[in-house]
Design a protein around this ligand. Structure first.
Ligand code: 87F
Length: 701
């Protein structure tokens, strides 16, 4: 049974929030029926709260009803909205007040997000402004406009989820741009181009990336992944379609990593996707904080299940009961198993394709050993596999490290990690983790064995995971303002041939291009020839640039006469001629050079941004310049909590003072495994204690 709600006033809204774990603070004020009065009157003493405007709309033709919730200052262009909703340009109107009161149980001047909870029959579609996501605090009227609740951005998503509505998330800044292109249109009119050409120009406009990484990183990212045909959006929030251009990368990375695991003696297996509540909650410590993210199957058809079953968020509790059955003696150890699967974690933070999604693909490895020594060695052996995959396949440098206590997986004795850096937005990304679980799980799941002295001993375990997030990290690190830049080893297409033809020489040039194509294909290069007649070379250049193909070969009349091809490298734009003699080997060498060149470039960009700081002020100054920071540290959990709080507070102040800084809290990414020597008596950069290690700090995904 879906829960149905009926909220009509502040008391009922308060009860709803309390019942569902939604934290709020409330201010009372005079009634504020308009956005202007709301901005004037609604003030929270202790926090910055983003206010929302709410519109009840209808599609005049299709009779569809909408509740639009947008940031108070978002420009809502009804024409652009109509275009987005695929209805006639003048069809979006204000909805009727009787429908508003009947369905959403609210009056005109009090419309708010909570009222979508009243639409139990799903008569209203929910439209949400993208800029409301990821906000720290949002102001929402609790069904009446003389009060405002501040709730977190994550809780806004929770309200939406509880309402059972799938919101359409709209990027209004993009909508306005698309609908407001009078100059572009006028220009075309003046020139009166041929019909066919006009179509191509429009395509070109749509094809390219229209926003720079520096101006709006998240919009840039979303354009890159969609225009390169990696991702298609999907109507379940937090879930995305991986198209062949990205899934092919996953397949190649999977093959590489799987080969490394096999060299370490790991075997593949497959365990079920479902887990009983009893098994999942057996080792409760590890679930701490994760429980709200577990998705449950509660029904089959219309019938409630006797016992709900969870969908795996990770498989420790699925695999270890079986391990316990298989192990009696030390001779049954080690167990070294891996599985390649999907995972579901119902997160409420703002989703980002590849980086934070509700379903993702990964491998998870789980091992059991007779000794601590053997298990910890294995933890690092796997960490090396991850580092190698990033460095050799993705051309992405990593920092190997150990997580601080606060960032360690709750079920582990220690967590090792590879950490990455995105220079264009100054954020760190956790690349993959490998945990030493000690005997924590083996004691819970009765995974014991008889050791060589015939004594009972619990197994020492490891678990480790690498996910499709790695693709997102690679895109962010290598992508540029023209689109994707793919390292040759993972690229679906390594070389694209664009024949430069005209009517007279089309067949002759195509014949030569086909020959080159066959030669390259024969030597194992992933090559494609773009011989489409309905697109011009310029359009094709743009197309394959957005898609990040490492090498473009242009073959024209002159090139053929000289037995040459023109080579254009995607990652640095370098252009040069190559002889068709020995072309396969030349290009294989070139692909290797690109793979290495991309790695060197990423190392340089990262190292230029990795700074040392010994004092708090230096730390904040580097942080505000979007750098990673190495500091002497006391390694205390309470100190890290303080740094998180203080850095958030102070970067906010810097922003308020007009500085262009990245806000949000800094945390430790890791304590790098390679540690510089600490001079006797060195103090922690953030508190009075003695430093015990050097930690790497930054803002991270
Ligand atoms: C979400 C819901 C429930 C992460 C969760 O890192 C449980 C969990 O245990 C959870 N999110 N984790 C930690 C996963 C630990 C570990 N598992 C094997 C890995 C790598 C692969």
């Amino acid at each position: 049974m879906e829960t149905s709600y009926s909220l009509t006033n502040i008391d009922e809204t308060e009860k709803f929030c309390n019942d569902n774990g939604i934290e709020f603070s409330c201010v009372r004020h005079p009634p504020v029926p308009t956005v202007e009065t709301m901005i004037e009157e609604v003030k929270f003493p202790d926090k910055e709260v983003v206010l929302a405007k709410n519109l009840f709309l209808k599609d005049k033709k299709k009779k569809t009803l909408y509740l639009l919730v947008a940031k108070h200052d978002t420009v809502v262009d009804f024409k652009a909205l109509a275009k987005f909703l695929k209805t006639g340009s003048s069809n979006i109107r204000g909805g009727d007040s009787d429908k508003l009161e009947e369905i959403l149980k609210v009056k005109g001047g009090s419309i708010n997000l909570f009222c979508i909870l009243n639409d139990n029959e799903k008569k209203v579609q929910l439209l949400v402004d993208k800029s409301l996501y990821g906000q720290e605090w949002l102001g929402i009227h609790p069904m009446q406009n003389d009060a405002t609740f501040a709730i977190s951005g994550a809780d806004m998503e929770k309200v939406i989820t509880l309402s059972n509505h799938e919101p359409q998330v709209i990027n209004f800044s993009e909508l306005v741009v698309l609908s407001d292109t009078p100059k572009y249109k006028q220009q075309k009119k003046e020139k009166k181009p041929k019909k066919e050409k006009k179509a191509k120009d429009e395509d070109l406009h749509e094809l390219g990336i229209t926003i720079s990484r520096e101006d709006d990183f998240s919009l840039w990212y979303s354009q890159v992944i969609t225009k390169s045909e990696m991702i298609e959006y999907y109507d379940v929030s937090g879930c995305y379609i991986l198209r062949p251009w990205s899934y092919g990368i996953w397949e190649r990375v999977q093959r590489f990593l799987d080969g490394l695991f096999k060299q370490s003696g790991v075997e593949n297996s497959y365990f079920p996707i479902f887990v009983t509540e009893k098994a999942l909650t057996k080792e409760e410590d590890h679930l701490e904080g994760f429980a709200p993210e577990v998705a449950w199957v509660t029904k089959s058809g219309k019938t409630d299940m006797k016992e709900p079953i969870a969908i795996r968020p990770t498989s420790e509790t699925i695999m270890y009961p079986a391990f316990a059955k298989w192990v009696q003696s030390h001779r049954d150890l080690p167990i070294l198993l891996n599985q390649w699967t999907n995972i579901v974690r119902w997160e409420f933070k703002h989703p980002t394709p590849f980086i934070r999604t509700r379903e993702f693909l990964w491998q998870e490895g789980h091992t059991a050993h007779a000794t601590k020594d053997e298990a910890t060695k294995f933890v690092y052996e796997i960490l090396e596999c991850y580092a190698k995959t990033y460095e050799e396949m993705y051309s992405v440098p990593v920092i190997r490290g150990i997580k601080s206590r606060g960032e360690t997986f709750a079920g582990a004795d220690f967590t090792s990690t590879v950490e990455l850096f995105v220079p264009s937005n100054g954020r760190g990304i956790q690349g993959a983790t490998s945990h030493y679980l000690g005997q924590n799980f083996s004691k819970m799941f009765d995974l014991w064995f008889e050791n060589e002295d015939k004594k009972k001993d619990f197994a020492h375990q490891t678990s480790w995971g690498f996910t499709t997030r790695s693709i997102g990290a690679m895109i962010m690190i290598h992508g540029d303002n023209k689109g994707l830049v793919l390292p040759p080893k993972v690229a679906q297409v390594q070389v694209v041939i664009v024949p430069i033809t005209n009517k007279d020489n089309h067949d002759e040039i195509l014949e030569s291009a086909d020959k080159v194509f066959a030669t390259l294909k024969g030597s194992g290069i992933r090559v494609k020839i773009d011989d489409r007649k309905n697109y011009k070379p310029g359009w094709k250049f743009n197309h394959w640039e957005v898609k990040g193909v490492p090498i473009r070969l242009e073959i024209g009349k002159k090139d053929i006469e000289n037995s040459e091809v023109r080579v254009v490298r995607r990652f640095d734009g370098k252009k040069f001629q190559l002889s068709t003699e020995g072309i396969s080997q030349s290009l294989l060498d070139e692909l290797d050079k690109i793979q290495a060149g991309m790695y060197d470039k990423a190392v340089k960009e990262r190292d230029d941004r990795m700074k040392n700081a010994a004092t708090w002020d230096d730390f904040m100054s580097e942080l505000n310049q979007r750098n990673l920071i190495l500091t002497p540290w006391c390694d205390q959990e309470s100190c890290e909590d303080n740094v998180k709080e203080r850095s958030k507070e102070e970067s906010k102040q810097a922003e308020n003072a007009g500085e262009e800084v990245l806000t949000g809290s800094a945390k430790t990414l890791c304590k790098p495994i390679s540690q510089p020597e600490l001079a006797e008596g060195t103090k922690c950069f953030a508190c009075d204690s003695n430093a015990t290690s050097t930690a790497l700090w930054g803002r991270s995904y």
